[in-house]
Design a protein around this ligand. Structure first.
Ligand code: SF4
Ligand SMILES: [Zn+2]
Length: 152
């Protein structure tokens, strides 16, 4: 994970992790405004998670979805608790184990797992569909802004 951010001071999990104490993993809040900018800063560092043995432990400790984490954790780039970019080898088995809910076994149950950014339970797995990436909303906002008529 990126380490200290204002909302999550000192979140490095494991002293042996390759990112431990690396100041480049701590992205200051004033270095980015949009999710695209955040990804541009974090993506060059993400390869470090590729060789890290602690990806699952990292996510278990930080619980990025619950804590609304923003930064690098467990081979993923998170924005307010949502995954906006991930290593190609990032595997869903690294996410927290699924909470079993009444809705399990339905599309709604699958969406509940997805929103909690946890593994799909076996009954929900057939209903799994990838969710929207928050960065796509940013793209649409930019596109809408570009479509605004010019003020004479
Ligand atoms: S998975 Fe990435 S962010 Fe987490 S401890 Fe390993 S290198 Fe650091
Ligand atoms: Zn389920």
């Amino acid at each position: 994970m990126t380490g200290p951010r204002s909302s999550l001071p000192g979140t490095h999990v494991i002293g042996h992790a390759p990112c431990f104490g690396d100041p480049d993993f701590a992205v200051a809040d004033d270095r980015w405004k949009t999710g695209q900018e955040l990804v541009a800063i974090c993506e060059p560092l993400l390869y470090v998670c590729g060789g890290c043995l602690y990806r699952a432990a990292c996510i278990r400790q930080v619980l990025p979805a619950k804590s609304g984490f923003t930064g690098i954790c467990g081979g993923r780039i998170w924005l307010n608790g949502a995954i906006v970019h991930a290593l190609p080898e990032a595997d869903s088995s690294e996410l927290p184990r699924p909470v079993i809910r009444k809705s399990c076994g339905t599309a709604a149950g699958s969406r509940a797992h997805r929103r909690a950014v946890e593994q799909q339970c076996p009954r929900c797995q057939p209903f799994y569909r990838p969710g929207p990436n928050p960065l796509e909303d940013e793209d649409q906002e930019v596109a809408q802004q570009l479509e605004l008529p010019e003020v004479p």
